[in-house]
Design a protein around this ligand. Structure first.
Ligand SMILES: CC(C)(COP(=O)(O)OP(=O)(O)OC[C@H]1O[C@@H](n2cnc3c(N)ncnc32)[C@H](O)[C@@H]1OP(=O)(O)O)[C@@H](O)C(=O)NCCC(=O)NCCS
Length: 186
């Protein structure tokens, strides 16, 4: 017996959706990835408890490839099967629309990595997210006399991890996880 329900997102959910997203990211490597408006997606699911969004999943689809753009469960409601239920419903919908594979990109949070591992995803590739978080770190990119960089964000190939970690305090490994939907389609 669950005390939450799953349904499609509606426009009136937006304030609650945004609060759930920001609180859900607060204890993760995406802590400063704050959205102030909800982007429209092909699949938009929410878990609702007492009228509030406690979990959300957005996914996009391009031909036979689908991507989970966001999956977040409010920190007070984790490990109750909400993300699994969101994923199951999303996979059913994506399969019905012709998707044969779903992927997701995530950083280095142990709980999130364990969740993908436990839900049929395998890692397909990884690269780096590098932040220049201080003026000193950003100074390396000062090639314009009219601009003084204070911070920066960069992608980098994984083979540079050791040297970039020595130079920058905030470096994340960003992983692509992939799950086949072909058995669900048959
Ligand atoms: C990843 C996340 C969505 C999982 O949501 P959830 O509703 O707690 O997950 P479920 O209840 O469906 O699954 C729980 C299972 O996943 C795994 N798992 C989830 N969190 C875990 C953790 N912190 N440590 C170890 N295993 C974990 C376990 O197998 C667990 O089963 P168990 O509780 O029986 O041990 C949630 O932790 C979250 O919102 N994380 C922050 C947002 C984020 O990083 N999203 C992904 C990038 S967009």
């Amino acid at each position: 017996m669950t005390d939450w329900t799953l349904r499609d997102y509606t426009d009136t959910d937006e304030p609650s959706w945004l609060r759930c997203r920001v609180l859900g990211f607060l204890d993760t490597a995406y802590f400063d990835d704050v959205a102030t408006h909800k982007p429209a997606r092909a699949i938009e699911l929410v878990a609702i408890q007492n009228g509030e969004v406690v979990g959300l999943l957005d996914a996009g689809i391009d031909g036979t490839d689908a991507t989970i753009e966001t999956i977040v469960v409010h920190p007070d409601h984790r490990r109750r099967g909400i993300a699994r239920a969101l994923l199951d419903q999303a996979c059913t919908r994506l399969t019905a629309r012709g998707a044969l594979q779903v992927d997701a990109w995530t950083r280095d949070d142990d709980g999130t990595l364990a969740w993908y591992d436990a839900h049929g995803f395998t890692e397909a590739m990884r690269y780096l997210h590098v932040y220049a978080s201080t003026p000193q770190e950003a100074a390396a990119f000062a090639d314009r006399p009219d601009l003084m960089p204070r911070s920066g964000f960069f992608h980098a190939w994984i083979e540079h991890e050791e040297t970039l970690r020595a130079e920058f305090q905030r470096v994340h490994v960003c992983r692509q996880f992939v799950r086949s939907l072909e058995t669900e389609a048959s």
